[in-house]
Design a protein around this ligand. Structure first.
Ligand code: GTP
Ligand code: MG
Length: 257
């Protein structure tokens, strides 16, 4: 699969998603070119003091200070102070898991383009212009595919799990996807507002599966991924089981909706 060139495999994917687009009549799916002044970069942050300074300064540098940053924070370390010092909007929330934080984060902004990331320095922010360019090409969701380049920075167990999640989701949806649990995506805000989100650890997969199965224009986009700074907040076994369950549940709900 990794032998296929980017254009061929993605065109197949998006063609099927275009057949019955619910987004077609949406007034926000307009032809205006977005700039970083239209972008909010959002994230859950949970004891990420080791990484947050770099992540936020990278966003600031790459977007020339134009993108808004929203952190939904449950930390007991200095993460929220660092975030505020660097100009981010911080929303405090008791730690309740990835999806509870990220759902609040994607729903907080009122800018038209919402980009999610992890606050662990795994996603190079130099990739932000590529995401924005694809939204400007007309895509509703642009999903970073970490496995396209091999995902070598991922622990082997996680990498294997991610290949299995993608295979299972592809079978259930009838559309080939390659990375269902990526933390870095761009969404038109209308997409995140129009769908009801139910998952926690599995939210990342849900944020891909539901829009795809509703006919939004979804595009996977190969991205670089590097080793995490600081400690992981995900238990690979428990988290992996929760993600698998979410993929099956959400895909079946969408199929019979
Ligand atoms: N506010 C909040 N943020 C959280 C919570 N759990 C995770 N996060 C944040 O969500 C993001 C994703 O968590 P990670 O630990 O990176 O999970 P992961 O990417 O699946 O695992 P790694 O591959 O080890 O990075 C990070 O920025 C975390 O700080 C939580 O309960 N509350
Ligand atoms: Mg991470």
């Amino acid at each position: 699969m990794s032998q296929l060139d980017d254009t061929s495999r993605r065109d197949t994917n998006t063609a099927s998603a275009r057949v019955h687009s619910e987004a077609a009549d949406d007034p926000e799916t307009d032809s205006r070119e977005y700039t970083f002044e239209d972008v909010s970069v959002v994230m859950g942050t949970y004891n990420e003091a080791e990484a947050i300074g770099t992540v936020l300064s990278d966003i600031d540098r790459v977007t020339d200070g134009q993108a808004e940053v929203v952190c939904v924070d449950g930390s007991s370390d200095r993460t929220p102070e660092i975030a505020r010092e660097q100009g981010a909007r911080v929303i405090e929330q008791e730690p309740q898991g990835y999806g509870v934080a990220v759902r609040a984060a994607v729903l907080a902004p009122d800018r038209p383009v919402v980009v999610t990331t992890d606050c662990d320095d795994t996603y190079p922010m130099e990739q932000l212009p590529g995401f924005l360019a694809l939204v400007n090409e007309g895509y509703d969701v642009v999903s970073g595919d970490r496995l396209y380049h091999g995902g070598k920075a991922m622990p082997v167990f996680n990498r294997l799990g991610n290949h299995l999640f993608a295979a299972a989701a592809s079978v259930l949806m009838g559309t080939r996807v390659h990375d269902t649990t990526t933390g870095m995506r761009a969404y038109r805000r209308s997409v995140v507002e129009d769908i009801e989100w139910t998952e926690n650890t599995g939210l990342s997969a849900e944020l891909l599966v539901r829009p795809l199965m509703r006919g939004y224009d979804v595009r996977e986009h190969p991205i670089r991924y590097r080793e995490r700074a600081g400690e992981s907040k995900l238990d690979p076994i428990e988290g992996g089981a929760a993600i698998a369950k979410s993929i099956v549940k959400v895909a079946l709900e969408e199929r019979f909706r």
